[in-house]
Design a protein around this ligand. Structure first.
Ligand code: PMP
Length: 409
């Protein structure tokens, strides 16, 4: 695969021109939110300049233009993740978290009962962990966690033990936002289906970074966020197999999601609109489709290769130091991020020092508190990469760590 022309890509991202007192921005917090390229920014301004209108109901020209663009955005996103059912299998939400809650409430509340088990992993993001944990409390279902081994991989023997005929839902993170582990979601889907369980895959960290085919994985539900894949904030995606979405009752009620309403009762609109109550995320959804075009033009294989090479490089550079502990799998087998700790400096202090060098990283538990507890650490520093990052930027980060040692040791 041809390497990326990073210098050309960088010119598409105006924010990368920022400097702080002459120090250039080194943006390594992409797992939290990626930056936005001109074509996506243009898509948003074009919407507000030319055809801002509410969708679905207006018969006037602007509303028709907005409706067509918004509906076609669902088809574009379906294509991006290999959902052959098109728009009917793609619900636009606010983010991954809302997609997760939609399934928990629309499917889980109706289907889970005492005796049922929901199998998660110890590396779940709070979006999945807290949602299923609380839903289990409401329904009397029990949550079980597939263990993470010492290297940061899922213990698949333990997965085979935990997933049984009592399992009603397996909910797994595709790529860990803390460890960088890429989980064998298709094997887990087979395991789940062997026991008549459904599987929900949290693709918040996979869809931005690799070519994803939800049908090849055989996921029943799949979720991700626009703002981590060059798209805007305020839009997420819930993919669901058509027959499941058809069987499910809506979780939010109101306008747009109905077919016929009387004082006594209501019926629901077609998929996916039945799950998009009220005025939806119009400009954000349209801009997300533009982000899919942008990434596809670069080529998801090259996006993946670039991110993984940077992560491997960062892993190698950080491994040069005895006082650095790196979380998760080896450098040549991880997604585009590296979380680490310095022996003697708290992650928050590390990130503060890095910030003074223009380097944006994340410090904390990355919404995986139970995983950090298990690892016996209060926090970690995470550097996460995307298409516009360079090896030189990794070097800036690694060299700035010397300052942290000096100041805090
Ligand atoms: N799951 C994973 C693996 C994530 O990395 C994130 C974002 N940190 C989420 C879920 C939640 O995404 P959002 O905040 O967009 O709902």
């Amino acid at each position: 695969t041809e390497p990326l022309d990073v210098e050309r890509i960088r010119r598409d991202f105006p924010v990368l021109e920022r400097e702080f007192d002459g120090t250039p921005l080194v943006y390594l917090d992409n797992a939290a939110t990626s930056q936005t390229p001109e074509p996506v920014i243009d898509s948003i301004t074009d919407y507000y300049r030319r055809y801002n209108a509410n969708v679905h109901r207006g018969l006037h020209q602007l509303s028709q233009e907005a409706s067509i663009a918004y509906e076609e955005a669902h088809d574009r996103v379906a294509e991006f993740i290999g959902a052959s059912g098109g728009r009917e299998e793609i619900v636009f939400t606010k983010n991954t978290t809302e997609s997760m809650n939609t399934v928990a409430y629309a499917w889980g509340l109706a289907n889970l009962e005492p005796g049922d088990e929901v199998v998660l992993t110890e590396m779940e993001h709070h979006a999945s962990l807290v949602t299923w944990q609380q839903l289990a409390k409401k329904t009397g279902a029990e949550v079980k966690y597939i263990q993470v081994d010492d290297e940061g991989y899922l213990d698949m023997d333990h997965a085979r033990e935990l997933i049984t005929d009592d399992t009603a839902m397996v909910s797994v993170v595709h790529v860990s936002n803390t460890l960088g582990t890429i989980n064998p979601v298709s094997d887990l889907a087979d395991l789940a289906h062997d026991h008549d369980s459904l599987i929900f895959v949290d693709g918040a960290q996979s869809v931005p970074h690799m070519s994803v085919d939800v049908e090849a994985i055989d996921a029943d539900f799949f979720a991700f966020s626009g703002h981590k894949m060059c798209g805007p904030t305020g839009v997420g995606v819930l993919y669901g197999k058509r027959h499941l979405l058809e069987e499910m009752q809506p979780y939010l009620y109101g306008g747009m999601m109905i077919s016929k309403v009387t004082f006594e009762d209501s019926t629901w609109h077609d998929l996916p609109w039945k799950f998009e109550a009220g005025t939806p995320v119009i400009s954000q959804g349209i801009a997300l489709a533009e982000a899919c075009d942008y990434l596809d033009e670069i080529g998801m294989d090259r996006v993946e290769q670039h991110g993984e090479r940077l992560a491997e490089y960062a892993y190698e550079r950080l491994s040069e130091f005895d006082d650095v502990d790196i979380l998760g799998p080896p450098g040549d087998d991880r997604a585009a991020l590296v979380s680490f700790n310095l022996d003697t400096v708290h992650a928050h202090d590390v990130s503060e020092i890095l910030n003074s060098h223009g380097v944006a990283v994340r410090a904390g538990d990355h919404c995986t508190q139970p995983l950090h507890d298990k690892l016996g650490i209060p926090a970690s520093t995470r550097a996460s990469f995307y298409i516009y990052n360079t090896q030189e930027e990794v070097d800036v980060m690694v060299e700035a760590l010397a300052d942290a040692r000096e100041l805090f040791a």
